[in-house]
Design a protein around this ligand. Sequence first.
Ligand code: NAD
Length: 468
Amino acid sequence: MLEQQMTIAGRAETAANTLAVINPATATEFARVPDCSREQLDAAMASASDAFITWRSDEVPRRRALKASAERIREKAGELARLLTLEQGKPLAAATEEIMGSAAWLDYTSTLDIPVEVVQDDATARVEVHRRPLGVVAAITPWNFPVLLAVWKLAPALLAGNTVVLKPSPFTPVTTLALGEALRDVLPTGVFNVVSGGNELGAWMTSHPAVRKISFTGSTATGKHVAASAAADLKRVTLELGGNDAAIVLDDVDPEATAEKLFWSAFANCGQICSAVKRAYVPKDMHTRIASRMAEIASSVKVGDGFEEGVLIGPLNNRPQFDRVGELVADARRSGAKVLAGGEPVGGAGYFFKPTILTGVEEGTRIVDEEQFGPALPVMPYSDVEEAIERANRSSFGLSGSVWGADTDRGASVASRLECGTAWVNQHLAIVPHLPFGGFKHSGIGVENGPWGLMGFTQIQTLNVARQ
Ligand code: NAD
């Protein structure tokens, strides 16, 4: 049985109690991790608070530390990717991409500028606007991209001069704990602490008096609890929450090519991506061609254990999510949906669900209105573009969306009317380190990535020096 330890004050820490971690491809326990106690969390917070005093003062070593962290991740990529496939389920190639992407994110972030703006410099005063760090950041992550999403927080938080206490999801703590271990001798003591535990540990973190900023990625329901907890002592928050992304296909596309791109925009990572396509709106004249081409791909793609050669879609990550996807598909069937592909679990051990294409459903059905976060996509016909835009926007979510068309000006004009944080044309899931990413409405508060994301880990100080 694999055992992975926490990192608190630069040291490896076990705990009195442990939690089991399940390999979703076999539904069996393969690792145990510490269930962090309140006292241990206090120790992590105290260590992060102490480290902040020196870490905040000099930007140069921070940039170097980010680069060194990227290098260490690359050295350990094989081991980290293996752990990630074991606990998350994604194919090994995708796990490797996540780990290498995390290194690339650290490298990119290390080059960002922390600007000082001189707004007045004359005989009466010199006035500068500085971005100061906030202090201890509580970083909380979900189970779909545990390492990458942790690094989205870690890299800008550290560059800005903050220190971090990170808690991964109880479904995927192992690789994040291994990341903490890998960086133990790269980062100064206390700058980066990694603790593991259940949801209660998350709640202790968000209400902890040492924390000045919460950077949270997870569901909208939990995000609301986090915001409420932060409000009690005015902690800053960035919330990256759920999505129910619409893709609108226009009538001048090549249906075959678009069907394939749409398929992977919905089914990458087994559909467990906040900004995956979760609803497709297709012109009614093209609907049968696109939906049936997507169903062909769904039926032919290899689903299986992420360590197996040729597997492109792994299992769902955990039992509750596996059950939920099954329930949403069953509910759609009861509402009259036609299942063009999939529609049921693969069977056998592991949380495998067949890639599923549904037609004959519309708004008012759970799988259209809620976030399915799994391998099942409703493909819906529409009659005119105004109607498609209205239906796409009829959601409390607003993370991202896309428009697909040969005329890219028309595509951009439709995309600009989507109520969401990122509006793509002829692509989806194009997420890169230098562009801001965040949600409208219930999909979040604030953004991550690029200089915009970095600013979220700072607070403005106006330095106003009167000249005698
Ligand atoms: P979740 O909200 O159940 O859990 C996320 C994290 O919050 C976990 O670490 C969990 O232990 C912790 N947590 C639970 N209760 C808490 C509480 N009361 N206080 C503090 N922390 C608490 O989400 P999940 O099921 O792990 O992840 C899936 C969700 O994440 C989906 O809705 C998905 O869309 C969203 N997501 C969003 C983004 C984004 O960037 N917008 C990215 C990935 C995933």
